[in-house]
Design a protein around this ligand. Structure first.
Ligand code: NCD
Length: 326
């Protein structure tokens, strides 16, 4: 055994024992916290000069992104590389999909190359789950339509937990384009499962009907919704998903639903601000808040993203070790 192998930390087996990570809905508090605990260790290791490990040596990971992504794709790639796996980015634009190959054909073709984990982002809700039924490897949902984005909710939770020490009992407001937000759906499930109080703040046109059934309180007035909140998660207006006109103008939107100092003052005195990125500065959030490291956790969220994705890859890889995929 080489010195570097001997220096590898012993990683506890997380309580997460599923073959795929397709969503947060249905995960138990223990499954979620065990992934967060594992990610916590990776945060420290990622701050070392030598970040490379061999936990996933020999594994092949394919990033299959049908929608563009900066943070999610790059952090999955980095996460795989830091764990010693071979990672490949599948560029969908240059694939046979342009020649009429279907999503499932692509998945079956890639599956024949024996990847261990496929990381998939797709514009249609449910597409990643469908794909997971057609392959023999593990699948991670990196965002499907408006449905779920589980690793984003996990990284948000890790960011909050590291800063405030807990999730339980916190009042978390999620503001903006709830309608088109998979980040919101995953966060609602996670925050409710860990005992936070979730508020949604949005104009009526950006709220899906019946969302209260997920166990949230809905506000159409940001000034009311923010009162007494510990955490404010701002969302991007997802213009590319808007077929019609959902808001009168971005200027008017900022007036009512953009986060500025005046509205922030309505939340708890030490309230913290988050955003999954990419941000529309001056549309949903004022730059002076986004860039204020005393208030904004946005850079921490990006850092936690790599650690959480390392934890998810490790947990799924443990299942492969047990031969559950055969
Ligand atoms: C989010 C996404 O793609 O769902 N971004 C991300 O993963 N960091 C949110 C968004 O695109 O606005």
């Amino acid at each position: 055994m080489s010195v570097s192998e001997a220096a590898q930390p012993i990683i506890p087996t997380p309580a997460f024992s599923r073959r795929h990570l397709l969503g947060i809905e249905g995960l138990s508090p223990l499954e979620i916290t065990s992934l967060l605990d594992l990610a916590d260790d990776y945060v420290d290791q990622n701050r070392l000069i030598d970040k490379k490990q061999t936990t996933l040596r020999g594994r092949t990971i394919i990033n299959l992104f049908f929608e563009s992504s900066t943070r999610t794709q790059s952090s999955f790639e980095l996460a795989g590389k830091r764990l010693g796996a071979d990672t490949m980015n599948m560029s969908v634009k240059s694939s046979s999909l342009n020649k009429g190959e279907t999503l499932i054909d692509t998945a079956i073709t890639l599956n024949a190359m024996h990847p261990d984990i496929l990381i998939v982002r797709h514009q249609d809700s449910g597409a990643v789950e469908l794909l997971s039924q057609k392959v023999s490897c593990s699948v991670i949902n990196a965002g499907d339509g408006w449905h779920e984005h589980p690793t984003q909710a996990l990284l948000d939770a890790l960011t909050i937990r590291r800063r405030l020490g807990r999730i339980e009992g916190l009042k978390v407001a999620i503001c903006g384009d709830i309608m088109h937000s998979r980040v919101t759906r995953s966060n609602i499930h996670l925050l409710n499962t860990l005992g936070a109080e979730v508020r949604l703040i949005a104009p009526k046109t950006l709220l899906p009907a019946g969302i209260e059934r997920l166990g949230v309180t809905v506000f159409n007035d940001m000034r009311q919704g923010l009162v007494d909140c510990d955490i404010i998660m701002m969302l991007r207006l997802q213009m590319e998903r808007m077929a019609g006109s959902f808001i009168p103008s971005t200027r008017e939107y900022f007036h009512y639903f953009g986060l500025d100092r005046e509205k922030l003052a309505l939340a708890k005195p030490n309230a913290l601000v988050m955003h999954p990125g990419p941000m529309n500065r001056g549309v949903e959030i004022d730059s002076s808040i986004a860039d204020d490291r005393a208030i904004s956790l946005i850079q921490e969220q990006v850092e936690m993203g790599v650690a959480v994705r390392m934890a998810a890859l490790t947990a799924l890889s443990r299942q492969l070790d047990r031969g559950d995929h055969l």
